[in-house]
Design a protein around this ligand. Structure first.
Ligand code: AMP
Length: 143
């Protein structure tokens, strides 16, 4: 399974924010959309950073609720690892495990075209494992 097949099923919509959005606005988006991260993009829809719920919790604990009026640029991770549409499920799992994060923006020619979360990866990995198990059972039953 490759990223483009995942996006075909889940869609290409991504919650984004400009780097000037406040952490309160981002927290509001995370809560309303029931998601774990927002991708920060520039005017050309290029990835400038990512803010996950963990980033917000970390600064809240450190600086208190007044930090919620700070801009996304003050806490976002700038060195974002992205994936491409032809990357495989195994490559995504490796990137998430190595980088210890749960979100991978998908880019094409540098532009944001989707996002894959660890929930998507687990879902499609499970269905691959189940398909392999069924094929194996059918093969064994034949012989
Ligand atoms: P997450 O597990 O996605 O909630 O993110 C955990 C930490 O990794 C947070 O500090 C995020 O800003 C950061 N992060 C999330 N996704 C990525 C990514 N694709 N590349 C780099 N850092 C990321």
């Amino acid at each position: 399974m490759i990223v483009s097949a995942i996006l075909k099923v889940k869609g290409r919509e991504v919650e984004t924010a400009p780097s000037t959005a406040t952490l309160m606005q981002i927290a509001d988006t995370l809560a309303k959309r029931r998601i774990g991260a927002v991708v920060v993009v520039d005017d050309d829809r290029r990835v400038a950073g990512i803010v996950s719920e963990r980033d917000i919790i970390r600064v809240l604990a450190k600086s208190g609720p007044q930090v919620l009026s700070s801009p996304a640029s003050s806490v976002m991770t700038r060195n974002v690892i992205s994936c491409g549409e032809t990357d495989t499920l195994d490559q995504l799992m490796n990137a998430m495990t190595t980088g210890r994060f749960r979100h991978l923006p998908v880019t094409k020619d540098g532009v944001l075209v989707g996002i894959v979360s660890i929930g998507d990866v687990v879902k499609y990995h499970l269905s691959e494992v189940q398909m392999e198990a069924s094929a194996m059972k059918a093969y064994i039953a034949q012989t």
